[in-house]
Write a protein that binds this ligand. Sequence first.
Ligand SMILES: [Zn+2]
Length: 278
Amino acid sequence: MSARPDGAAGEVPVLMYHSIATDATRKFRRFAVDPAEFTAQMEFLAAAGYQTMTAAELAGRESRAPVPSRAVVLTFDDAYTDFYSAALPVLREHGFRATLYVPTGYVGATTRFNVSVGEEDRPVLSWRALADVAAEGIEVAAHSHSHPQLDRVPVAVASEEVRRCRSLLEDKLGIAVDGFAYPFGFWNRAARETVAAAGYRYACAVAELMTAPGDDVLALPRLTVNAGIGVAGLTRLLDVRPTPARRRAAAAKRVAWQAVRRLVPPVGRDPQEGRPVT
Ligand SMILES: [Zn+2]
């Protein structure tokens, strides 16, 4: 177990999962955590005394307000049907809370945006199942409508994507939606402003760092849980403290990756190759 001072600095890891399943294409394999591995990871968190918060709860805390010692946020992107069948029973068993980010254009259908990893037929939860999930206390939040690269589409398109997703979730599920996760983790200043203008209180990015008080709530860092890291890998993720050097490295990586992506068209070649399917 890590020697992290129990929440003393208010640093909280926000973990990002995708699918909890054994079936996956080669390119998607690292995003599909085996249910047995997931179960072992949740058992570890419970035994180690971790308490879960939703991302909205984390984002809503007062700066420097105390968080539970050993707090962790569990997030799941893309609302795959295996969240309901494989993840939710395990979360329920431990009384764990979590946040699910839904790309509303694919509800009750499949992740057609996953074509570059051969997973365009991977099923997404229905509205009825999402209502059940919300009723269990899971935070159901937004992940855009059609899962575009928000930093590469015109502002009007980005605005429509984030507003439509929120209004659909609120209308279909009768819930308030405060949170957003950037598709593929990609964001820039314009995308961030678009999300803020649509009324979201917080948004999650991916920066492979723990969150800390004072973080930009419209670009909260998350840590990717890749398949196969097991419990040992999870314990390492739980201790990636956001040191100044790590923050600088994460910012530089984001800028460098944006430069690389500008060299390829948004469609055609595969700009997500090797990147999180977030
Ligand atoms: Zn996604």
